[in-house]
Ligand binder design. Structure first.
Ligand SMILES: [Zn+2]
Length: 343
């Protein structure tokens, strides 16, 4: 049931939409707001604003020329263990602590505190020209600082701070746009969605470092890896692939942690599924036992360090019985016999 004040706000919003609106007041601001709440309705300056065909006010989430587009929406090659093969967001690199403004007014449906593996998340559900839309803002250090689940937020209201919580290499806003349910409906490219409503997210960035989505990815097995007929541990093993076997993959699909790959074996080309926790974009090597890393390829040369069994290394060159490696940032020589493929 509509309360009197809701009806008033609708009437006022309607009248504001057809008259000249003061720049500092939101179209859906409540009438006669108490002085204490007036500050919350002041739109941030230097942030691009736009109105949808249906009259809905939208804004970019960050101040103009304070962010760079660092990664786009779409299929991608898995950059680190545990990462997805489809990037559902647009990454906007920005200073740590920079304000995040609500792209649209709506209701907060999720506030997720971060862990080492899960990003801080704020999700706001809104109706944009009749379409139920969820806009997600990720990586804040403390997503509950400004809002909680159930809060009504206005367009342009500060709802979070830019951070780097969860799997992130630096402070950035990862913005997602969904219709029909957060991770249940359809994921939209935020750049296309924003620009479709007249918000110049690319133009207002200081730089665009995004690259087109790849059509193929190459990975290498990091261990003896089972190639299975289906993306499940219960399915048949077609072959067990040794470490550093080359795996060709069409990105975008990850099921139960498995990705589809094509492998060239001596017997021919085989397709199947491998678990994505045991792949890398580069070949990997390790020490089979605790080893003295020496300055030159001779056993009497200076010992630079003793690296433990299992230490990851990068081979540089082979000379006779010795391999030049980089291990723990130190470049030196170890016997060929202690270098093995895989992690
Ligand atoms: Zn992202």
């Amino acid at each position: 049931m509509r309360t009197r004040s809701t009806v008033w706000s609708l009437v006022l919003a309607g009248s504001l939409a057809i008259t000249t609106m003061p720049a500092a007041v939101a179209a859906d601001a409540p009438p006669a707001a108490p002085a204490a709440k007036a500050a919350a309705t002041t739109l941030p300056s230097n942030v691009a604003k736009s109105r949808t065909p249906g009259g809905r006010l939208l804004m970019l989430p960050l101040v103009n020329k304070t962010y760079a587009l660092s990664s786009g929406w779409g299929a991608r090659c898995i950059p680190t263990r545990g990462a997805s093969t489809f990037h559902h967001g647009l990454d906007m690199s920005a200073p740590d602590g920079a304000p995040i403004y609500a792209v649209a007014g709506g209701t907060v449906t999720h506030v997720v505190q971060p862990t080492s593996s899960v990003s801080g998340q704020i999700v706001v559900r809104t109706i944009v020209d009749g379409v139920s839309t969820q806009i997600a803002y990720l990586h804040s250090w403390n997503p509950g600082k400004y809002v909680k689940v159930g809060d009504r937020v206005k367009v342009g209201q500060r709802i979070g701070d830019v951070g780097a919580s969860g799997p992130a290499t630096g402070p950035h806003l990862h913005l997602e746009v969904w219709t029909g349910g957060y991770y249940q409906g359809t994921s939209h490219d935020p750049r296309v969605w924003l620009e479709g409503y007249g918000l110049p997210v690319t133009n207002r960035a200081t730089a665009d470092w995004t690259s087109p989505a790849p059509t193929s990815c190459t990975y290498y097995a990091t261990a003896n890896l089972n190639l299975r007929t289906e993306p499940a541990t219960t399915s048949t093993v077609r072959a067990t692939l040794p470490p550093n076997t080359t795996l060709a993959n069409k990105p975008g699909v990850k099921t139960n942690g498995y990705i589809p790959v094509t492998v060239r074996l001596a017997t021919g080309t085989v397709k199947g599924w491998v678990h994505a926790d045991y792949i890398s974009q580069s070949k990997t090597y390790h020490l089979t036992k605790s080893t003295v890393v020496r300055q030159s390829a001779i056993s009497t040369s200076k010992a630079l360090l003793t690296a433990p069994a299992g230490a990851s290394l990068t081979p540089v060159q082979v000379s006779g019985w010795w391999t030049k490696v980089v291990v723990y940032g130190v470049t030196g020589w170890v016997p060929n016999s202690v270098v093995a493929a895989g992690l």
